[in-house]
Design a protein around this ligand. Structure first.
Ligand SMILES: [Zn+2]
Length: 121
């Protein structure tokens, strides 16, 4: 077994859970997203969907890199667009869940709810 430097939580670098949640809330609130054919599936309780959490966490990690490297255009095209094609598809993690949670007359953007205190990623 190899000794991984990443196994001690105190040595793990990267965003905290709070930073990740804040990023999801802020970033997704800016997406002008809901397509009129209802093909974009989403759930305000995104944190309850494990695949979505994994995909969003990797998007966040790459977003941080892209910000550092001033390569946001590539992030949108090479990372966001490719994950979004799966994330929001009828066959993606929100396929059975998403639009049913959105109240009629709601703002036509993606909304989020804060995860419960006991949630961890
Ligand atoms: Zn859901």
């Amino acid at each position: 077994m190899s000794q991984s430097a990443g196994q001690n939580p105190e040595t793990v670098e990267g965003p905290t859970q709070e930073e990740f949640v804040a990023w999801v809330q802020e970033f997704l609130s800016r997406l002008e997203s809901v397509d009129r054919s209802s093909n974009r599936h989403w759930c305000p309780q995104w944190w309850a969907h494990t695949e979505a959490v994994d995909r969003l966490a990797t998007l966040h990690a790459q977003w941080l890199v892209a910000m550092e490297e001033n390569s946001m255009s590539s992030w949108w095209v090479d990372h966001f667009d490719r994950h979004a094609a799966v994330l929001f598809s009828p066959h993606g993690p929100f396929g059975d869940c998403g639009t049913a949670h959105v109240a009629k007359g709601a703002r036509r953007t993606l909304t989020t709810q804060r995860p419960p205190a006991e949630w961890s990623w």
